[in-house]
Each structure stands twice: as structure tokens, then as C-alpha cells.
Design a protein around this ligand. Structure first.
Ligand code: HEC
Length: 127
């Protein structure tokens, strides 16, 4: 009986745990380099050979359109051009959470939750 109650308590704790938001994940895993406001002035940025760019201008640098796929691939590490700094971790190598299906050009594409939340958050920061 006691064992069952412990299991029930753990299950309840897992259920009420609030999912992290994109902003929280960014603050915990990206702001050290990219800065709290994503403009590239995090505490680690100074020591890097390539400075992290101002992430609030990704869309304006791309003709006004936010390049969702490209941003996701950059974070994941799947697709980076040859000159991309090795300083930034390839987050796809770690755990980015359970996958959800998102629609992409009419196709259902599986995307890890954290990757989706981060990309949506960065899109909101565009000015
Ligand atoms: C250890 C430092 C570091 C950490 C941590 C880091 N990055 Fe980066 N990131 C960089 C650097 C440096 C660049 C620029 C690389 C280049 O252009 O060669 C970059 C570039 C990017 C770009 C391309 C931006 C643009 O304007 O084109 C995106 C998107 C990005 N990072 C997202 C993230 C996200 C999301 C996280 C957290 C999950 C993260 N980064 C964590 C260092 C870091």
C-alpha cells in the first residue's frame, strides 16, 4: 500500500510539472552566448572567435521573412554552412523532448518540442 502511494505521488508530480516555455529554455541554454535579449551580448560572447549575431534581425536580414527551417537546422546542427562557428553546440545531439507533428509545406513533419518552442520564441523576437 505504501509503495502504491509513493508511485501515485510521483505520477502526480510528473503531471503537474509545467512544461518549459521557449523563453525559459532560451534563458537557460542560449542566453549565455546570445544574451538575455538575443542581441548577441551574453557573458560568454566576448571570448568567442565568431560573435553571436543579433537574433532579432534574422527576418529582416532574410528579406522580411523568418526562415523557420533554416533556424531549426541551425539549432539542431543538421544543416550549417561550412563557415558556421563550431562554438555553438549542436543541440540535436542532446535531448530536445518528444516530437510533435507540425505542418510544413503541406506535409506533417516531426519536430522535437524544445526545438519548436525555441524557434517560435526566436520568431517572436523579430523586429
Ligand atoms: C557557446 C555559445 C553558444 C550557445 C550556448 C548557443 N549559441 Fe547560437 N550561436 C553561437 C555563435 C557563435 C553563432 C554564430 C555562428 C556563426 O555565424 O558562425 C550562433 C548562431 C546562432 C543562430 C543563427 C543566428 C542568425 O542570426 O543567423 C541561431 C538561430 C542560434 N545560434 C540559436 C541558438 C539557440 C536557440 C541556442 C540555445 C538552444 C543557442 N544558439 C546557443 C553561439 C552559441
Amino acid at each position: 500500500m505504501r509503495y502504491l502511494m509513493i508511485v501515485a505521488a510521483f505520477t502526480l508530480a510528473a503531471c503537474v510539472e509545467t512544461p518549459e516555455s521557449g523563453a525559459q529554455i532560451f534563458a537557460a541554454e542560449c542566453a549565455s552566448c546570445h544574451g538575455a535579449d538575443a542581441r548577441g551580448d551574453g557573458p560568454y560572447a566576448r571570448g568567442l572567435e565568431t560573435a553571436p549575431p543579433d537574433m532579432t534581425t534574422i527576418a529582416s536580414r532574410n528579406g522580411g521573412e523568418f526562415p523557420t527551417d533554416q533556424v531549426m537546422s541551425t539549432i539542431d546542427g543538421l544543416q550549417r554552412d561550412a563557415h558556421f562557428s563550431a562554438a555553438m553546440p549542436e543541440f540535436g545531439a542532446g535531448d530536445m523532448g518528444a516530437t510533435v507533428i507540425v505542418e510544413n509545406n503541406g506535409l506533417g513533419t516531426p519536430v522535437p518540442t524544445k526545438l519548436l518552442l525555441l524557434t517560435e520564441y526566436i520568431e517572436l523576437l523579430q523586429r
